[in-house]
Every structure is written in C-alpha cells, then in structure tokens.
Design a protein around this ligand. Structure first.
Ligand code: ITT
Length: 210
C-alpha cells in the first residue's frame, strides 16, 4: 500500500451536485487549500460505470485530475435501505431521474416499502471520498451513518436528507444545519454524517490545519 500524500495548494472539488459542493467546501475550509469546483472549471461529468462507491468516486476524481492538471477530490455516495436489498444504493442519483426530483425518489422508497408491507426501516448512507493527483496517485476513504427511513421532514440539506433519521437523534438530516449534519469534533475525530466520517479519515491522512 502506498504512503499517504499531503494535499496542499489548489484542489478541484469534482462534483456537479450543489448540495455536496457546499458540504465538501465546508469540510475543506479549515485546511487552507484553495477549492475550485468542476462546474467553475467547466469539466464534463464522466460516466459512473463502477460497481462500488469507491470505484465511481475514483472515476470522477481521476477524470477531473487529468482534465485540470490539479489534485481532485470526489465523493460517490448513496442511501442503502435494508428492506430494499440496499436500494437505491449506487443508483441513488438515478432514482431522482433526469429532473433530479428527490421528492419523487423519496416517495418511491416509501412506496416500495409499503408495497412489500415492510415495517423494518433500517438504512444507512455511504460516502466514498477519493483524492486523485494528476500523476495517477489516489487515496480512498469511506464513511457510513446508520439510522432509519421516516416520513420526510425538514427543508435543509439536499437529496434524501429529509427522510433519514440518524441513530441517537430526534431530527432528520433535513432538519439539521450542515454544521450539525457534519457533527465534526476535530479534537476527538468524531463525526455524524457519512461524508464527514469519511472526511475525518481523509483529513487525518492527507491534510494539515492552516
Ligand atoms: P456528482 O456525481 O456530480 O458528485 P451526484 O448527485 O450524481 O453528483 P452521486 O452519483 O454520488 O452524486 O449520487 C448520490 C446521490 O445520493 C446524490 O444525488 C444524493 O441525492 C444522494 N446523497 C448522497 N449523499 C447524500 C446526503 O448527504 N444527503 C442526502 N442525499 C445524499
């Protein structure tokens, strides 16, 4: 296994999802790297042909690093519902269709659970984060948060946030500010969301506080 490499200077945030972009910028903010988004650089969205979150994150990060000549940071993530055999999972974005209608995607989850007469509502979010350098070096980190699917509540966050109630909390991600959703304590390394949990590992390995 290769040694971790420090990320300094300028980095591309290789996402076209505005909700993720906000969270990834916030997480990077304390570390003194200059972040520019794939959208700002006019980079295309590569086809996500992987069969694992980490593969798709690597596809996105490596494509952006090659195209920009800069280190690039990508997230591939999704919501996995136990009673739906892990769906929507890798297809979480696709369940919202070309119009990115997450109300419809959340309604589809409720419908699928009702159709199966399921009471068990366990679910988790997964985030795979990859930083890829233009010379081909890459680092991968993964985080998960477990909880339950509930009737959607709240207007904060993005995607499936309103229907996800993390274990030990009374409010859904849709009812939490992004700061609460990250839940990062840099002293202990604790974090709440899947993305923040993966990011804490990434930060320990590849970042230094500014
Ligand atoms: P990029 O590939 O450009 O980053 P995307 O939206 O296509 O954007 P993904 O392929 O990783 O990203 O799809 C994951 C989907 O899962 C995403 O569209 C969200 O709707 C959902 N998702 C991931 N993390 C989430 C979170 O923290 N809160 C709510 N929904 C989330």
């Amino acid at each position: 296994m290769s040694a971790h490499r420090l990320l300094t200077g300028k980095v591309v945030i290789a996402t076209h999802n505005p909700g993720k972009l906000v969270e990834m910028r916030e997480l990077l903010a304390p570390f003194g790297v200059e972040a520019v988004s794939a959208g700002e650089l006019g980079l295309p969205e590569p086809d996500e042909t992987g069969t694992m979150f980490s593969e798709n994150a690597a596809i996105k990060a490596e494509a952006a690093a090659r195209a920009s000549g800069l280190p690039a940071f990508a997230d591939d993530s999704g919501l996995c519902v136990n009673a739906l055999d892990g769906a929507p999972g890798l297809f979480s974005a696709r369940w919202a269709g070309p119009s990115k209608d997450f109300s419809a995607a959340m309604a589809r989850i409720a419908h699928e659970l009702d159709r199966r007469g399921v009471i068990e509502r366990r679910a988790h979010f997964v985030s795979a984060l990859v930083i890829a350098w233009p010379d081909g070096h890459a680092e991968t980190f993964e985080g998960r948060v477990f909880g339950e699917v509930v009737p959607p509540r709240g207007t904060l966050g993005f995607g499936y946030d309103p229907l996800f109630l993390p274990d030990g909390h009374a409010r859904t991600f849709g009812e939490m500010s992004s700061h609460e959703k990250h839940g990062v304590d840099w002293l202990t390394g604790a974090a709440l969301s899947h993305r923040a949990r993966a990011f804490v590992l990434l930060a320990e390995a590849c970042l230094r506080r500014a």
